[in-house]
Design a protein around this ligand. Structure first.
Ligand code: XBP
Ligand code: MG
Length: 254
């Protein structure tokens, strides 16, 4: 019996990576006087590492050690990432939050139908403030559980953040559905036993989603029908609660 929906954030609730996080990282490099700028293609590769601090460490040790700033790497990364987080939240406040199609519609309907809502994200919790504002007044209270960033040591694709959220929901995985955008996220949700729906982004559309229940381009909105990419057949123009109830019957046969 479907009782809760668990949403990833970046790429799922909102399309935030290319024009949000990537731009904020570059502004942080500039603010620290570093001659580093992550282009769209490079950033797409760096997204294989989840977590901004982990991504920075990966870049300075595995990708461009020649650009590594002097001093203790962990301290450099923490300072850079704190600056980036402030610049990211400022950016979203000034530029607006690109909520993905169907997200607000489904969240409002799910609440009206008595489903619990939760978030399971690798991103830093501060980054969620502009998302709550974009969803509407009091939106933070829509979510029974928010699992974000460093609350778990092992980030996606490890299942830890989904295990954390399920434990606090007090629900078994089979009573919940996860929504993700990336292979790392799908692996994390699947690892926690969750049946998962994927809404692809430009960065993730060619990744491996074999274990997803359903892969679509987005959740659909009035006048903006979703496109089925792969997984169980689904012919409705929008993913709504009735459609989700219908889909969960296929969860066991993935
Ligand atoms: C995506 C991530 C995050 C963001 C950057 O999170 O991996 O690291 O790219 O945010 P998710 P931070 O898809 O799980 O929402 O710099 O705060 O990590
Ligand atoms: Mg994501």
């Amino acid at each position: 019996m479907l009782k809760a929906l668990i949403f990833d954030v970046d790429g799922t609730l909102a399309d935030t990576e290319r024009d949000g996080h990537r731009v904020a990282f570059n502004r942080a490099f500039a603010a620290e006087g570093l001659a580093i700028a992550w282009g769209e293609a490079l950033y797409g590769r760096l997204l294989s590492v989840t977590g901004g601090k982990e991504r920075l460490s990966y870049f300075f040790t595995q990708v461009r050690p020649d650009l590594r700033p002097p001093g203790d790497l962990e301290a450099v990364v923490r300072r850079l990432h704190a600056r980036k987080t402030a610049l990211y939240t400022d950016l979203l406040k000034s530029e607006g939050v690109p909520l993905r199609p169907g997200i607000r519609r489904l969240l409002v309907e799910a609440r009206a139908r008595g489903l619990l809502l939760a978030v399971a994200t690798t991103t830093t919790e501060d980054n969620l403030l502009p998302i709550w504002e974009a969803l509407g007044p009091g939106a933070r209270a829509w979510f029974s559980v928010v699992g974000a960033g460093d609350v778990v040591a092992a980030k996606k694709p490890a299942p830890d953040i989904y295990d954390y959220v399920l434990a606090r929901l007090g629900l078994p995985a089979q009573d919940c559905l996860a929504f993700e955008d990336s292979e790392n996220g799908l692996r994390a949700a699947t690892g926690a036993g969750l049946c998962t729906i994927v809404t692809v982004t430009d960065y993730t559309k060619d990744q491996n989603f074999d274990e997803a229940l359903l892969v679509v381009d987005h959740l659909g909105d009035p006048g903006k029908p979703l496109a089925h990419v792969r997984g169980v057949p689904f012919t409705r123009p929008q993913l709504d609660v009735d459609g989700l109830m219908q889909l969960t019957q296929h969860c066991g046969d993935r």
